[in-house]
Design a protein around this ligand. Structure first.
Ligand code: AMP
Ligand code: MG
Length: 318
């Protein structure tokens, strides 16, 4: 006799994935778990966190907290959430460390570019707006939790650090829920929790002039990785590439590199650093990276030559 046993289906451990467009980029979450409903709930929690951060920090949304700061902080100190305050404080630390290469006030001039519409400011406009580009124009009052600008033209944008912050928040949420194997990415910023169950993740570094190709592939686990590239948002006019990473000293696209990839413990750091090292150019960038023990960097310079920080240097040929 054959019995049809009505047993529950065995738990099947597997990878769950989801991708959504948020913050003007593609957000991807992958995680490993035995319970599909729980995995789905975890992914939904990460996605809703991404929407929350976008709603607070988007410079394009009138209703965001960042937009309120941009509208008011030149007139009076504006009270900010701890999250926004802390992220601006971290941005200022990166400005100090890089001699101003990373500077969220870059947007005082950066906002005049529109890469999709192939629009750029003229020389006179750049000269005027540049007076507002200086991170010293931002004053934080930690005791009161307020932000103030000391120049009327200041406009800030967290595009060089907020995606990394969002990725770190996503990983924290997954960790709190007991997830041990996951990948969260927002465009060029990713963080890996654990490994791929006994194997590493493989992440490619794109060829900046042929981004479908990835000539370098890195095996990774438990790390954050960010890439800044001049092929992400740009237009070309008269043979000149106008792209979204701005040298705060000139108000024009940074020219010494084509891409910078940074590896480190958290995505807020690797995001801000990839933008910073891009602006600094290979020589200064590697000098700065080598002062940071947990950081590695791979730079593709303006000629297409690769440079590695000392932690990644390939062994000398025998
Ligand atoms: P990423 O792709 O992480 O390098 O970030 C590029 C974004 O950072 C740009 O789209 C801008 O929003 C912002 N950004 C551009 N130049 C700078 C700069 N010099 N300092 C800080 N943020 C910048
Ligand atoms: Mg970055």
């Amino acid at each position: 006799m054959v019995f049809a046993l009505n047993l529950p289906a065995p738990a099947r451990a597997e990878w769950f994935k989801s991708e959504q467009a948020v913050m003007g980029t593609s957000i991807a979450v992958q995680l490993w778990h035995t319970d599909a409903d729980f995995a789905d709930a975890c992914i939904a929690a990460v996605m809703s966190e991404m929407h929350r951060i976008d709603a607070a920090m988007s410079p394009y949304k009138e209703s965001s907290e960042l937009s309120k700061v941009n509208r008011e902080a030149a007139r009076f100190p504006v009270a900010a959430s701890k999250e926004l305050f802390d992220l601006i404080a971290r941005s200022l630390e990166m400005s100090e460390r890089s001699g101003g290469a990373f500077d969220i006030t870059y947007a005082s001039v950066g906002r005049m570019y529109d890469y999709r519409a192939r629009k750029k400011p003229g020389n006179a406009e750049i000269e005027t707006a540049l007076k507002a580009v200086n991170y010293h124009h931002i004053k934080l009052d930690r005791a009161r939790g307020t932000i103030r600008f000391t120049h009327p033209g200041v406009y800030i944008d967290l595009g060089g650090i907020a995606k990394g912050h969002a990725v770190d928040r996503g990983i924290s949420l997954l960790r709190e829920r007991g997830i041990r194997h996951a990948l969260v990415s927002a465009g060029g910023d990713s963080r890996i929790l654990g490994d791929r169950r006994g194997r590493p993740w493989f992440t490619g570094i794109k060829d900046p002039r042929n981004p479908q190709r990835a000539p370098v592939v890195l095996p990774l686990s438990d790390t954050a990785i960010s890439t800044s590239g001049d092929y992400e948002r740009y237009f070309i006019e008269d043979g000149v590439r106008y792209h979204h990473i701005i040298n705060p000293g000139t108000g024009r696209s940074a020219r010494a590199a084509r891409s910078v990839t940074v590896l480190g413990p958290d995505a807020t750091t690797t995001d801000a650093l990839s933008t910073t090292l891009f602006v600094l150019g290979p020589e200064k960038a590697l000098k700065l990276a080598d002062t940071m023990p947990e950081i590695d960097a791979i730079i593709i310079d303006s000629n297409g030559t690769m440079h590695y920080s000392s932690g990644l240097e390939p062994p000398a040929k025998q």
